[in-house]
Ligand binder design. Structure first.
Ligand code: FES
Ligand code: FES
Length: 794
């Protein structure tokens, strides 16, 4: 134990004096000793993400790199000291007003870096702002609104007032997010920020080999270390050691005698008194392996004789689309083009690493506080893992630092539940992946190999499409089963194909597991198709936009999937809408290329897009709306907000249906003990499906409120108005909502009502395409690109 060091400094304007291990960093002391959790950690303290930025004597520094001794006698400012909810700093105000906060995990560090910039440069250019924030990563916003916010705050600090935000109608106005205030002041508590007495820490023992048989696990060296309390293996799982239903063949922990299929496969959980102790314990657990042959290439994995990743062969799924006579059409084509593409694994890299807090609550229920895109579904996995009834577990979703599809994986929540189940003395446990682990063990975007052959007539009419796709799902399914279907649905795009021959395979390898990621299965095919169309346009000597317009689907087109779109697709309108920008961008690029010498060349391009949203088959969502006894209105749903704004959207929709301002509605979101199952939160479905259920619940509640009030006031309900806190009768007679709630309670009328939304697809529609996806959205993009033709820099 190192001799503690006494460090005195000024923190957020107040003197602080603490005795600390001098080896610790300012970040850890702020978060762990001083409970200032607005300062975040996103990169294993490697100085890469900027989430831990604070001001040290006015300079922006990464607190994860600052030894605590270095702050002695100096001024430290954290996000909690910059402004308060009652008196926000202009930067905090501007981040809220300009929509610069989504998941919010980057916001404290971003704001403090901006504060340092504005202190030395009150009127920065946008380029200077971008440069000053270069070390602060944001995975959600795309930075434009952040730069807007800093510009606006600079103006405010110079004495120019912030222009007011847009309208504030419940729906249709530009809304500030309901959670933005907490996120810009550091008050939002993500899973890693929540303090609990007696907290233990878990670390995971992982495979270092991509394919091996696990012969033995020896926990003894770990248990001999100070602070290590428990090593949990597959043998300690009381229920089902399986992610089946989401991921075939995938266990939570690989048992002795079983096979490890990728680097990062989990073997054991180690519980200890500190994060460092848990990690040391995990490193000390001894594993005996028998290495097995490895297959990395998905095409090679399909060859006869390739090493089997799992029993039954390496093909997880296949999908086929045959439409018209593709062979004949391709043979007849005036121009036939062949193209091959390969895409790579992509990591979600949410700024918050996978983190859960798990404990046994006062009722003995195993509760996991952790981000998930489908809490009720994760709840089921936890119950089955622990062999408990559904009431024996609970999932609570806290603020979440990004998801992008990656939080569909129930693994971290299941591991947290198992840790809490075995925690000595019923103590709570936190499990936080390192960034390294997150890279190794979380699902990635599937890499594709695509082979296109397309035929077109001289006038640009597409004649036929041949497509083969091999998708690498890595070591496990993780919903990769559907990828062969999604790859092909995206592969033809929003174009008229008179004939298609398409086939796709999802294939196991010993690579990292691939799973859901934004636009699941779509961008890889979209990229390849649009590049192929550009090449085709060149071969035809045709304008790329004209080629797309010539072949764009309309609402009545029979798609290459064999049916008409269910709803308006609007693709032609998207292409027409971007045309002026596209033409201007082309002219700009041509002008610069003719004017400017040197290695930089300029270009403009466009791409079409379509994306299926929702899931196949008849699905529905449920939400509730309640009039509380104090007169407040509460909306209950399970559409967790990982930065995309669902909590705000649900408040807007409920308020709109009630006829109240948005701030009259509070939302309880994603708590399996309190909220109904609103179904899968992925595939861009939350606003449409869950929002539909919220709207129906709120409309039903409004009817009940007005009906009850009408009885109480002896009035026609049609003549009553619902206003904040009261029902108002003609002549401005006000009946407080709290009194209406009490009356509803007295007469036995439900104060909490249910709304269910299922899209209006009739049985014939669904029967005609049970495996296909019902809805599509389309889009079109223009890009202007500068490329250094000597270095390749873009
Ligand atoms: S830069 Fe400090 S935690 Fe990432
Ligand atoms: S809002 Fe920046 S990382 Fe999410």
């Amino acid at each position: 134990m190192t001799q503690p060091l006494r460090v005195a400094f000024t923190l957020n304007g107040r003197p602080v004096e603490i005795d600390v291990d001098p080896g610790r960093t300012l970040l850890d002391v702020l978060r762990e000793d001083l409970d200032l959790t607005g300062t975040k950690q996103g990169c294993d303290r490697e100085g890469e993400c900027g989430a831990c930025t604070v001001l040290l004597d006015g300079e922006a520094v990464r607190s994860c790199l600052v030894p605590i001794g270095r702050v002695a006698g100096r001024q430290v400012l954290t996000i909690e000291g910059l402004g308060s909810p009652e008196k926000l700093h202009p930067l905090q105000q501007a981040f809220i007003e300009r929509g610069a906060v989504q998941c919010g995990f980057c916001a404290p560090g971003m704001i403090l870096s901006a504060a340092a910039l504005l202190a030395r440069r009150p009127n920065p250019t946008r380029e200077e702002i971008a440069e000053a924030l270069e070390g602060n990563l944001c995975r959600c916003t795309g930075y434009t609104r952040i730069v807007d916010a800093v510009e606006a705050a600079a103006a405010a600090l110079r004495g120019e007032p912030l222009p007011p935000a847009d309208g504030r109608d419940a729906v249709g106005g530009s809304q500030v997010r309901v959670d933005a205030l907490d996120k810009v002041t550091g008050a939002a508590r993500y899973a890693e920020d929540i303090k609990m007495a007696g907290l233990l820490h878990a670390a995971i023992v992982r495979s270092t080999l991509p394919h091996a048989r696990l012969l033995a696990i020896d926990p003894a060296p770990a248990l001999g270390l100070p602070g290590v309390l428990r090593v949990i293996t597959a043998a300690d799982i009381p229920g089902l050691n399986s992610l089946e239903g989401y991921s075939r063949h995938e266990p939570l922990l690989t048992p002795v005698g079983g096979s490890l299929h990728m680097v990062g496969d989990a073997v054991a959980l180690v519980l200890a008194e500190s994060p460092a102790g848990a990690r040391a314990g995990a490193a000390a657990v001894e594993l005996a392996y028998q290495p097995l042959p490895v297959v990395r290439d998905p095409v090679a994995a399909m060859e006869p004789g390739a090493p089997n990743v799992h029993e039954g062969g390496n093909v997880l799924s296949e999908y086929d689309i045959q439409f018209g006579d593709a062979e004949a059409s391709l043979a007849r084509g005036d121009v036939v083009l062949e193209a091959r593409y390969a895409t790579g694994f992509l990591e979600h890299a949410a700024l918050e690493r996978e983190t859960v807090l798990a404990y046994r609550d006062a009722e003995g229920r195993i509760t996991v506080v952790g981000g998930h895109q489908e809490p009720h579904w994760a709840h089921g996995y936890m119950a089955r893992l622990l062999g408990l009834p559904s009431e024996g577990v609970r999932v609570i979703t806290p603020p979440l630092g990004g998801a992008f599809g990656g939080k569909q994986d129930p693994w971290p929540l299941m591991a947290g539940a198992l840790a809490a189940y075995h925690a000595p003395g019923g103590r709570p446990v936190r499990l936080a992946f390192t960034r390294r682990e997150s890279f190794d063990a979380s699902p990635k975007r599937h890499p594709y190999r695509l082979h296109y052959r397309v035929a077109a007539a001289h006038d640009g009419s597409l004649q036929g499409l041949f497509l083969r796709v091999v998708a690498d799902t890595g070591a496990y399914d993780a919903d990769g089963y559907y990828i062969s279907q999604y790859a092909l649905v995206a592969g033809g795009g929003p174009y008229r194909w008179p004939a298609v021959d398409a086939h796709a395979w999802a294939v196991y390898t010993n690579n990292p597991k691939a799973g859901q990621m934004r636009g699941f299965g779509t961008p890889q095919s979209n990229l390849a198709l649009e590049c192929t169309l550009d090449e085709l346009a060149t071969r035809l000597g045709m304008d790329p936009l004209a080629l797309r317009l010539h072949n764009a689907i309309d609402d009545d087109t029979v798609l290459f999937l064999g049916y008409r779109p269910a709803e308006t697709v609007g693709f032609r309108q998207c292409l027409e809408a971007i045309e002026p920008w596209y033409r201007e961008a082309l002219a700009r690029a041509a002008g610069r290329n003719s004017r400017e010498a040197g290695p930089w060349r300029f270009g403009a391009g466009l791409a079409g897009m379509w994306y299926r949203f929702g899931k196949p088959g008849p699905i529905s969502s449920e939400a509730h709306a309640e009039l509380a006894l104090d007169g407040g209105v509460i909306c209950y749903c399970s559409a967790p907000d990982y930065g995309q704004g669902t909590t705000t959207v649900m408040a807007q929709l409920a308020a709109e249906a009630l006829g109240l301002p948005r701030d009259c509605v509070s939302v309880v979101n994603g708590d399996t003990a309190r909220t109904p199952d609103s179904g899968i939160q992925g595939a861009s479905r939350s606003t449409y499906w869950v929002g539909g259920a919220v709207t129906r619940a709120a409309a039903a509640l409004r009817e009940q409120i007005l009906g009850t009030a009408a009885e109480m006031l002896n009035q026609d309900p049609e003549r009553l108005e619902l206003r904040p806190g009261a029902v108002v009768a003609p002549g401005e007679d006000r009946l407080p909502l709290a009194e209406v709630a009490v009356e509803m309670e007295r007469i036995g009328l439900a104060r909490r009502v249910r709304g269910v939304f299922a899209p209006g697809l009739d049985d014939d529609f669904l029967a005609s395409r049970p495996e296909y996806l019902p809805f599509f959205v389309t889009g079109a993009h223009v890009a202007e690109v500068e490329v250094n033709v000597e270095t390749g820099q873009v």
